[in-house]
Write a protein that binds this ligand. Structure first.
Ligand SMILES: C[S@@+](CC[C@H](N)C(=O)[O-])C[C@H]1O[C@@H](n2cnc3c(N)ncnc32)[C@H](O)[C@@H]1O
Length: 267
């Protein structure tokens, strides 16, 4: 069973949506999407267009946390889904260590840059340029779902879809790794203010409690939740202290995979 009640997504009767009438829970979500249309791929294309900008994560180094977890054996190379991969620094790092990575980002500019990277030493990377919610993926097949900096750009009304996407993508016993804004790193907007202002204000900060509500509840158990270590530009690892790092285990039971009642990108 999914952990959240799912909204009916595709009513079984044909209907005309041009009247903007709210027929279903899914119509509410779609209506909220339109209020935040400025937060889409076009904005991120602009962001990624100038590669010379001084943006901390425009480095080629992988996250210090990801490298630490691999070096400590907390995660092992396998099949990886990366959400919001940007210019591919973490995907390339994982592939060089033997992982087979499906890396998704809706910015064509970011994916273009990622595809310019040399072929990985041992594993593989397959890039998809689309919203994470439209990604082609084999449910229940990934050992690791990794996200460095995408969740805090997901609109509040899509947050539960995001948790469900991660849940469905992971194999039983798989893991989820996250880097996201701490409160001081984000805009400080409440969820309500996001819709009042039509913007996430550059990304939403999360409190520890909010992260635990999302990831320390069945089927997940949080294994690591700490402040990211700041690293300077010369370091071979990326780190900034306004970010959290989180590693969660998805439990080993198979009871959360897609069922007839669950909603998600492929339902
Ligand atoms: C802060 S950047 C991080 C990029 C990369 N993970 C890194 O750390 O270098 C966030 C990325 O998420 C992507 N993104 C945001 N929302 C997305 C969505 N709904 N679907 C796909 N990509 C998304 C943006 O295009 C952007 O490249």
């Amino acid at each position: 069973m999914p952990r959240y009640p799912s909204y009916p997504r595709y009513p079984s009767y044909p209907r005309d949506t041009s009247d903007q009438f709210i027929y279903s829970g899914d119509d509410v979500l779609s209506m909220l999407d339109t209020l935040l249309a400025e937060e889409g791929a076009a904005r991120w294309d602009e962001f990624h267009a100038d590669r010379t900008r001084s943006i901390p994560f425009f480095t080629d180094s992988p996250d210090e946390s990801l490298a630490e977890w691999l070096e400590a054996g907390l995660i092992t190379p396998g099949r990886v889904l990366e959400l919001g991969c940007g210019h591919g620094r973490n995907a390339a790092y994982l592939a060089d260590l033997g992982c087979d990575v499906d890396a998704v980002d809706f910015s064509a500019r970011a994916i273009e840059r990622a595809r310019e990277r040399p072929r990985p030493a041992s594993g593989s990377v397959t890039y998809q340029c689309c919203s994470i919610f439209d990604a082609q993926l084999t449910e229940g097949s990934y050992d690791l779902v990794y996200d460095s900096g995408c969740l805090h750009h997901i609109a509040p009304h899509r947050r539960l879809d995001y948790v469900e996407l991660v849940t469905r993508a992971l194999r039983p016993g798989g893991q989820y790794g996250l880097v996201c804004f701490r409160p001081e790193g984000g805009s400080g907007y409440t969820d309500q203010q996001v819709y009042e202002r039509g913007s996430l204000g550059g990304g939403l900060g999360y409190t520890e409690e909010q992260l635990r509500v999302l990831w320390d509840a069945a089927p997940f158990t949080v294994r690591v939740l700490r402040q990211m270590q700041a690293r300077d530009e010369q370091s071979r690892r990326f780190g900034a202290d306004f970010l959290w790092v989180l590693l969660a285990d998805r439990d080993g039971a198979d009871q959360y995979s897609a069922g007839p009642d669950s909603a998600g990108p492929e339902s």
